[in-house]
Each structure stands twice: as C-alpha cells, then as structure tokens.
Design a protein around this ligand. Sequence first.
Ligand SMILES: NC(=O)c1ccc[n+]([C@@H]2O[C@H](COP(=O)([O-])OP(=O)(O)OC[C@H]3O[C@@H](n4cnc5c(N)ncnc54)[C@H](O)[C@@H]3O)[C@@H](O)[C@H]2O)c1
Ligand SMILES: O=C(O)C(=O)C[C@]1(C(=O)O)C=C[C@@H](O)C=C1
Length: 363
Amino acid sequence: MTQNLPARLDGSVRVVGAGLLGASIGLGLKRLGVDVILADASRAGLNLAIDYGAGRLAAEGDDPALIIVAVPPDATASVVAAELAAYPNATVTDVASVKVAPLAELEELGADLSRYVGSHPLAGRERGGAISARADLFVGRPWVVCPRPEVGRERVVLIEHLVLDLDATPVTLDVDAHDAAVALVSHAPQVVSSLMAKRLGAAPAGALGLAGQGVRDVTRIASSDPELWVQILAANSPAVVEILRAFRDDLDDVLRALGDVEASGARRVIAQELAAGNAGVAGLPGKHGQDRRYSSVVVMVDDTPGELGRLFSELGEIGVNIEDLRLEHSPEAQIGLAEIAVLPEAKARTMDDLSARGWRIAG
Ligand SMILES: NC(=O)c1ccc[n+]([C@@H]2O[C@H](COP(=O)([O-])OP(=O)(O)OC[C@H]3O[C@@H](n4cnc5c(N)ncnc54)[C@H](O)[C@@H]3O)[C@@H](O)[C@H]2O)c1
Ligand SMILES: O=C(O)C(=O)C[C@]1(C(=O)O)C=C[C@@H](O)C=C1
C-alpha cells in the first residue's frame, strides 16, 4: 500500500489550511520527501500540524510551484485569490467539497483564473483538525479535478501529479457535473445520516446499549462538523433539495404502507422500496473505485492476541487473497467478526477450507 516511488511533484508545495485535509496532504507528500510549507489562520492549528510532521513554517524566499487551499468552503475563494496574487507563478488548487460557488466568487473577485484548477478528494473523516489527519487518507479514493479551457494543460497535469502522489485516482469533471454528483453521493447522505442520528437522542433507557453495526454504519458521518456542513449544504442547496424531495416521497410511500400494513399492496410497496435499495447499493463501486463486487466470508475470531494474524496467514496458506476487510468488535464480547471480501469464485472454497481448519464461519 505505501509506495516508495519518488514524488511526481517537483519543488516546494504550499498548503493553506492545516486541518484534516491540509495536514493529511502534508503528511502524504512529506512521506515522499516533498518540501511542504504550511499556513493557517489559527496559529495553534498550524503548530499542531507542524508537530505532527505535516510540513514546516513559511520562510522568506519560498517559491512554491503548487499551492493547495484546504480551508472551509466559504473562505475558499478569498484565500485562493490571495494566494494567486501573492505567488504570481504558482498553480493554485483547492479541495473544497463544492466547486461551482468558489469558482463564481473567484470570477467576481477578478482573480487570475488561468492559474486556478479546482479539485475535490472524495476522502475524508467525520472529525476535522490536524489531530485527525492521516498520510493515507486519499489512498485508492477518487479525486475530482475540474480543468477549464483557459487553464494550460501543464497546470492540470501538476494537479494530477499531486493526486497520483497521494495514491488517489484523478477524475476529470466540470464544476456543474461535480456538484450534481456529490449532492447525491455525499451531501444528501449527510443530511439523512444526521436526521437518523437525531432520533437516537430520544432513545428510551437501555435502547442504545443494543446498538449493533447497522445503526453505526448509517450514522457514522452524523459526527461531522455542523459548521463545515452548513457551508457545504448551503453552497449546493438546489441539487441537495431535489434529492431530499425524492427521498421524502419514497419515505411517504413507506409511511403510508406501514400505517396500514393489512391494506392491499402495502407489503408489496415496502418490499419494492427495500429491493430498490438493494439495487442502489449494488451499484456502488467496490475496491479501488472499480465497479466490481466481492463475496464476503464472515469469520469469528477469538479476542486473543495473534488470532487475527493466524487467520490472515492461514488464508495465505490456502491461497485466498483478501480483497477487502472489515472488523466488527464489541468491547463486551470476547469475540470479533472479521468480514473478508474475496473473489466470488473463491467464496465456497474459503469457507470449506477455513471450517476444516477449525475456524467458525458466521456467514
Ligand atoms: N472533512 C472532510 O471529510 C473533507 C473531505 C474532502 C474535502 N473537504 C474540504 O476540505 C476543506 C477543509 O476541510 P477540513 O475537514 O480539513 O477542515 P478543518 O476544519 O479540519 O481544517 C480547516 C483549516 O482551515 C483553517 N482556516 C479557516 N479559515 C482560514 C483562512 N481564511 N485562512 C487560512 N486558514 C484558514 C482552519 O483554522 C483549519 O485549520 C473544506 O473546504 C472541505 O469542504 C473536507
Ligand atoms: O467519510 C467521511 O467521513 C466523509 O465525510 C467523506 C466525504 C464523503 O461524503 O465521502 C465527505 C465530504 C467530502 O467533501 C468528501 C468526502
């Protein structure tokens, strides 16, 4: 996973905004030996990111060829404009989660747009700040790059090199197509997750103690920063509203059916909505962004040192490649569940061989 190839990027890179995204970019590039200059409006935030090894303070004479702006969406255009003005030869990109609004604001500000290429990694976490940063945050994830006709190809290539150096996959889209797509795959899901999590606040005593993996999957991103997300949702509101309206229509259908389950066709309506969900989720790309599905084998693993390692080496001995892995573990239980993704044709053999070696298969 960790690559040791030399960086494609050449020279210093300046990162403005040393929070989750900025510090993760810094850590990833520093790992390749790139000189990373960090800047942030918060001195404390900047010092923390430097302490974590994400880069260094700016110095007299710095002349970065590439500047990455990783500040909240509402601040993005003004910071990009200031960087374009301060470094007249540099190519500037940003990583904001919306792309139409910052570009429109930059046009209004009269910035030199021939050196600006917006971008957006579809990778992140529900917690911000350098403290949550990770060098491998972008590995295998799509990173949208939004070139425009007035930008020279060499500047777009520079951004693509950044993306490839961080082991992400560049995806070219214009800003409108980007915002429409992320409304569906990122912005509306945030609202749905948060609203479901809000229900948990009204849980009767003891109910939350029964929470399994299902509710955790649905609500993980409900821990996201409200201030950041208000900016994202407000900047892409028409597209998000359209998706949430369709969601509300489907919800109304389910509510009507559940309201009178004995009515003719009610169970069919519920089943159809659930089956449509099966079809929707099956379309999500699998590992490394490819549209490929794997079969999963769930193995029960004793909560003792070395058990997981033994499982991995035995999978190696029987010649099965682990395509993906998810661990489920309850702090109370003395057992964990390892969900191993394997090629569909390897599933039956994996289950048989592991059972023969004494492993308990849970599904
Ligand atoms: N969080 C995610 O999962 C995620 C994923 C992809 C893209 N993004 C985008 O990345 C950007 C940064 O998000 P984050 O999660 O890293 O946030 P963050 O809060 O962790 O970091 C933002 C940093 O920007 C600094 N900052 C704010 N205004 C500034 C200014 N005017 N000048 C200089 N620094 C300033 C803050 O002090 C903070 O350190 C946002 O535009 C967001 O939409 C976030
Ligand atoms: O995985 C998460 O925690 C995220 O919030 C990541 C996520 C996403 O929706 O996929 C969130 C917003 C960003 O603009 C990009 C990525």
